[in-house]
Ligand binder design. Structure first.
Ligand code: HEM
Length: 482
């Protein structure tokens, strides 16, 4: 057996990552038998409590450095794309599935796509889309009011996934998909299948699916075919609009129109290929859906557990909104400070992306560890924000910690440790949009409905399917008690 015990090297020395402490491993398999993709974040966080904030585990014969030291995590995130990049197998997998875009791209190609994508999420763009976001929020309210009238249990995450697809399509593609009212559309389920498949393949010891397909791989392939077909339809519709009205290419009304205009640009620094346009449409659909839907589902979970939080959210909307039913602009949504704090605290405790996968671009040192080019790392971004050295009473749900001014005796509060959206040049471009969505849904529920758990005795578990979802969350809405 090779290296079947956790190794310990003398403190202070520069060390190769294979000599760091870590869980015992088996020859050839490493720690693969202990890893379930749906629980990966919990396993890695658990090991970090035993082996510290820099340790190594093995995926087969590949060592993976796991980092949860705030200064090192910040440096890794900041020094991209030059020094560090996303895992190359992740890029390969995403490109193999046909949705390579700004999330998986590196170097100059990433910089070009990032500039374009950022244009979709400016304050001005969000203001323009706000009317549509309000309409979509009211549709969700009608659906939940109807469930409340029937006393029916609600799979809130599923409804929220439809909500986020509708919002992303409206903001990024200028399109009203209206999955909420159409109800039976399979798109959000297909997007879930894509994410779950990606997560599973990322942890596979070798790319077996290139030789033999299991039922889950066939489901993934089928989902990709369907999602691609839907996205190509969206692109064709937008293309036809641009052909009808070429002046729009000079003043595009959505990211999709901007991408289509860039497809025809003369300047190679701007031009996008057909595959890049499709890849980014798919990327935004995926990146905008589960992340925000899972976060809002966890927010409802905390609201259901904490009637005092619901009461305070309600007092805030009543005071701030007056006679209007919803915030009428992103700025007014931001004025709901307590609801914003509930969203922030939800993201800290239940980050939709609790781990990030990075790789060294060249030989380098990270703290006391020597890394070769291509060395793999996993950053425990949620764990960083769960440490007492980052936040006082770190494992408790305390939205007040995000309110300003903070009392002088409020204890440790290090916002650098709030990493739910990543950090540095690749920080999530959808951050502001997702916070508006959480504020709108939080305000809508607080204004109109009480939320409770259908079965308070049933545990709601964390399940990683690329994003981290609340498995087993079923809520009941009742009309607000006056
Ligand atoms: C609560 C909701 C969300 C969370 C927790 C979240 C989280 C993240 C995280 C952790 C990253 C990686 C950042 C890094 O590497 O430093 C990321 C990247 C990204 N997110 Fe989000 N995200 C959310 C919502 C959205 C939305 C609504 C969109 C767009 C509609 C979006 C689009 C993207 C894109 C395109 C990237 C890749 C950026 C790049 O590589 O340059 N995200 N997100």
């Amino acid at each position: 057996m090779e290296n079947v015990r956790a190794e310990v090297a003398p403190a202070g020395a520069v060390r190769h990552l294979s000599t760091l402490p870590g869980p015992r491993r088996l020859p050839l398999l490493g720690n693969l038998l202990e890893i379930r993709p749906t629980q990966l974040h919990l396993t890695l966080e658990g090991w970090s409590r035993t082996y510290g904030d820099l340790y190594t585990f093995w995926l087969g014969r590949t060592p993976v450095l796991v980092v949860s030291r705030i200064d090192l995590v910040q440096r890794l995130l900041r020094e991209r794309p030059k020094e560090f990049r996303r895992w190359s197998p992740l890029q390969e997998l995403i490109e193999e599935l046909g949705f390579g875009g700004v999330f998986s791209a590196e170097g100059d190609s990433w910089a070009r796509q990032r500039r374009l994508v950022m244009g979709a999420f400016t304050a001005g763009q969000l203001r323009e889309s706000h009317g549509m976001i309000s309409t979509i929020t009211r549709r969700l309210r009608e659906r939940w009011r109807a469930s409340a009238a029937r006393g029916a249990p609600v799979d809130a995450r599923q409804d929220l996934a439809r909500y986020t697809v509708d919002v992303t399509s409206a903001v990024a593609f200028g399109l009203d998909m209206n999955l909420i009212e159409r109800g039976t559309d399979p798109l959000s389920h297909q997007l879930d299948t894509v994410f779950a498949g990606l997560n599973r393949r990322l942890m596979a010891p070798f790319p077996y699916w290139r030789h033999v397909k299991l039922p889950a791989d066939r489901a993934l392939d089928q989902a990709i075919v369907e999602v691609r077909r839907r996205m190509l339809d969206i692109i064709q519709t937008a293309r036809a609009e641009l052909d009808r009205d070429p002046a729009r290419a000079a003043a595009p009304r959505s990211l999709l129109e901007a991408m289509l205009a860039a497809r025809d640009a003369d300047d190679p620094k701007v031009r996008l290929s057909d595959q890049e346009v499709l890849g980014n449409v798919l990327t935004l659909m995926l990146a905008g859906e589960d992340t925000t839907a899972d976060t809002m589902a966890w927010m409802l979970h905390f609201m259901a557990l904490r009637p005092d939080v619901q009461a305070r959210m309600r007092a805030e909307v009543d005071a701030e909104l007056g006679d209007t039913d919803l915030p009428e602009s992103p700025e007014l949504a931001q004025r709901l400070r307590y609801i914003g704090a509930v969203a922030q605290e939800t993201l800290r405790l239940k980050s939709a992306a609790p781990i990030l996968f990075l790789e060294a671009c060249a030989d380098t040192a990270l703290g006391p560890v020597q890394l070769g080019a291509g060395a793999r790392m996993i950053l425990l971004t949620r764990q960083v924000g769960l440490k007492e050295e980052s936040f006082h009473d770190a494992t408790s749900f305390l939205p007040e910690r995000w309110l300003t001014p903070r009392p002088a005796d409020a204890g440790k509060h290090d916002p650098r440790a709030a990493l739910a959206f990543g950090s540095g040049p690749r920080v999530c471009p959808g951050r502001a949009l997702s916070l508006v969505e959480s504020a709108m849904v939080g305000a809508m529920v607080a204004r109109d409905l009480d939320v409770s758990l259908v079965d308070p005795g049933r545990p709601v578990k964390e399940l990683l399917g690329f994003t981290m979802k609340p498995e087993g969350l079923v809520v009941r809405f009742t009309p607000r008690r006056r």
